[in-house]
Design a binder for this molecule. Sequence first.
Ligand SMILES: O=C(O)[C@@H](CO)OP(=O)(O)O
Ligand SMILES: [Mn+2]
Ligand SMILES: [Mn+2]
Length: 586
Amino acid sequence: MVCCGPQAVAGVQEPVAAPPKTMAPTTANGNVDPEFALAPHPTIPKPEGPVLVVILDGFGENEFKDEYNAVHVAKPPLVSKLQGVAKRSRTLRAHGTAVGLPTDADMGNSEVGHNALGSGQVVDQGARLVDIALQTGGIFESEGWKHISEAFEHNTLHMIGLLSDGGVHSRYDQVVQTLKGAVERGAKRVRLHVLTDGRDVPDGSSIQFVQQLDEELAALNAKHGVDCKIASGGGRMFVTMDRYEADWDIVKRGWHAHVLGKAPNQFKDAVTAVKTLRGPEDKKVSDQNLAPFVIVDEEGKAVGPVQDNDAVVLWNFRADRMVSISKALEWKDFKVFDRERVPENLKFAGMMQYDGDLGLPKNFLVPPPEIKKVSGEYMVKNGLSTFACSETQKFGHVTFFWNGNRSGYFDSKLETYLEIPSDKVQFNEKPDMKAKEITDAGKEALKSGKYQMVRINYANPDMVGHTGDLNATVRAVQTVDQCLGELLATADEVNARYLVTADHGNADDMVQRDKKGKPLMGESGAPLPLTSHTLAPVPAFVGGKGLPDSVNFRDDLPKAGLANITATMFSLLGLQAPSHYEPSLI
Ligand SMILES: O=C(O)[C@@H](CO)OP(=O)(O)O
Ligand SMILES: [Mn+2]
Ligand SMILES: [Mn+2]
């Protein structure tokens, strides 16, 4: 168990130990800053015990209640019981415009979900901000663009990112528009380094995305007389896109393939690379986990290592899985692994700035969402203490995303962030993950009497759901249900009030379906697994011994979404939420 203190904020800390960081201290004389002071709730009294907030990551309430819905199959006894409590159970919208995404066809995800849960506000998220910047042309006027365009005439522009139309971390059409924008503005030589998905889109779809991109590049080369090629790649969960420093080897493989032009697998073209690395039909490697590869020329030389004076753009808009690779590309004194060769005078930019506190990367093409006055800041400025805990895979979700993509503490004296290290396995092999350890930590925090709020994220329904393994996901749901039961029992011992919800669906549908919802079968007759999140709403429950019987969900907010949770949390604390927050559900 990694404990407490700012040093525990993995993935967001310089490798060199930094002094504790306090982003927004309470006023020196101990009075509450009037701008942040919260009035007592008019009807709900202050609680005697703590408020427990639990996020069941990837636990949706899906309309398809059949053998492919792992939540339905698991029949979780506690959640089923909570669902039966009149006026204290409801669902919330967790996808599309309800969480700041471009359209209601966009599934929810952890970044936008936790941003909404922690900030009480619906703001335009990265996907939408990039759409707008491309529509207006603002992206091509940005300082970040000016920076990279210095390499257009005489050097190479490298573009690295997730290649799919999943819309969680990136979108194919945005990549193509950015690439065309570069060529139309003078880029002569472009190298693309593609990370295959199969997690936000069906497994196996990467071949089509790579084929489509190759065709796009051939057309651009013919039309403009330029030299654009795919240069390297690999599966997103094995190459480059690590998060929260869960496994730096993932980033190192990416550095080797994209920057150094070195990988154990070399191919003449990317379609052959993906087809070959997926392996034979009976033991296919999923797109998410493909080995790293580089594309080589007739002489066997890598076609696109990053050289001195080149430009690099990371095209993902979402932050968590771009922070580590950004550190490797930007930090001069980076020491986590031996980079072997560091290109000099690199013009590096992110699609967005991924960490505002670290100013990382320094250059970016589109300003990130502005998520201001989040609940964490109100908590500390009203002298309220918080314990937040998850395992590595979701640790930044309940801290960094919750706090509006801020990597430090608001006030380290009032906040404890505890990270339980995740296993380094594919999570269907260990579907219990670290739920037990998280539960123990949560129970201890509840009993300690030190915290007004205890905030927990259980990773299982999401992380196991992403493997597409139905049986393992059923087990994941059962584990979390049992752990939640233990946590709520302890909550009752200390007279707590609880709020249980989720950030988006995932485990609630494990099969691809046709437009009418009919499960799709593959050529072998087996169901085609769904590895992505879903569009399902998520459950919300309030209760606990400390909650007066008279406090129930309102019935006048049928369309409420995740952002309504934040004000609800303040209501449970006996406080009136800030007026710019979405209204409280109770
Ligand atoms: O694993 C991830 O990066 C995403 C899916 O792309 O999942 P989540 O939003 O739940 O973190
Ligand atoms: Mn999630
Ligand atoms: Mn997920």
